[in-house]
Design a binder for this molecule. Sequence first.
Ligand code: PLP
Length: 440
Amino acid sequence: MSMEQDSNSHLILARTHRDRLRGDLTIIMKGEGVWVFDQYGKRYLDFEAGMTRPVHIGYGRKELAQAAYEQMVKLCYFTPMEFANEPALRLAERLSEISPGEIDQFFFVSSGSEAVEAAIKLARHYHYFKGEKRRYKIISRRGAYHGVTGGALNALGTVLPMRQIMEPLSTGTIFVESPYCYRCPFHLTYPQCDMACARDVERIIQFEDPEQISAFIGEPIQQGFGAYAPPQEYWKIIREICDRYGILLIIDEVICGFGRTGRWFGIEHFNIQPDLITMAKGISSGYVPLGAVGCTDRVMEPIEIFHHLHTYSNHPVACAVALRNLQILKDENLIDRSFEMGAYFLERLKSLESHSIVGEVRGKGLWAGIDFTLDKEKRAPFPPHRVVRMTDRAKKKGLIIKTMGQALEFAPALIVRKEEIDEAVRILDECIHEEEKELS
Ligand SMILES: Cc1ncc(COP(=O)(O)O)c(C=O)c1O
């Protein structure tokens, strides 16, 4: 296989317009720390931890390869039905120690989407075994991303072509607005809004019939608008509404989990107890595919049997790698490091607010975003293709970043150093400046 300009390869790339590839296929050959190298040896500062953001401990960690090797030699696989395996038992135990509050029972899958499927199914099982068989509807939010498979796709509130091409989807997903204060969907201003986005959920529940609703799903801090944290009281209000109507609360920690936001889990910033959480990405730092759903004993208690199975559920090798990954996150203090480096990164990003097109800079831990605007005063929309162009400029200059609609998003590995942050901000400054110049 030629490694040069191989845009006629036999590989289908995910969500990549074929026009974007003509004669310009970048092949990432290796990674070290927060750096990756392409087929020509060009190196890139990866400020998206693998673009989909899983690589929390950085590239090239031999300890994880060793953990996989040892487990493969010992026991590569055994069914998740009727039998347990040691790494899955140990990983579930470790997760019960670090997961928010009373989350205590775990089921392992191979991706974030599968974790969301499993969470939605567990919620249905809970109501079913309690005799509330009419509860099937799921509340999701416009702007949400929960994955691409059946139930997860139903809950997708953004990336519209993904939904539209697959329609008709199954019924039973209700959308409510997201807490996105910079461009409030209700055209209100915080705090005078009295949290209309959260309170509106109750009105919609009443309209939809509370006795038909199974669960509310949401990311603690949302990716859809570029790392957007809701006001502090948002999740408390949602929790209270769910409790009032017997609705389970699923918190999707697929991105936020394992230190991304400076805590083990994103929901810890908001001090509420979820009923279920979904995890993936940082659980194994991307070294092997792994996702998980966790729930409280209260949720598991009525469920006589969980009618769900993937061949690779509770996979021993994936669980062994995740255990070693969690050990590294702890031993190297990477959760606190994410908090501290995140504060430094945010401060550096704030220096870009002087640009006329930078509307808002925000971040929690090592997850940050810049929202762009054509008019700071009026918060006028910014053309998304111009944001894409900034990522193209950045890539040419050796920096990998990502767009989220009108925003840029950043999620470097948690081992990132100050010098690397400085370098990224320097390149960003140039890219924004060039875009600004073109606009004027
Ligand atoms: C919040 C959230 N949930 C679920 C998913 C789906 O995970 P996966 O791509 O591993 O299926 C993602 C993926 O980015 C995500 O960000």
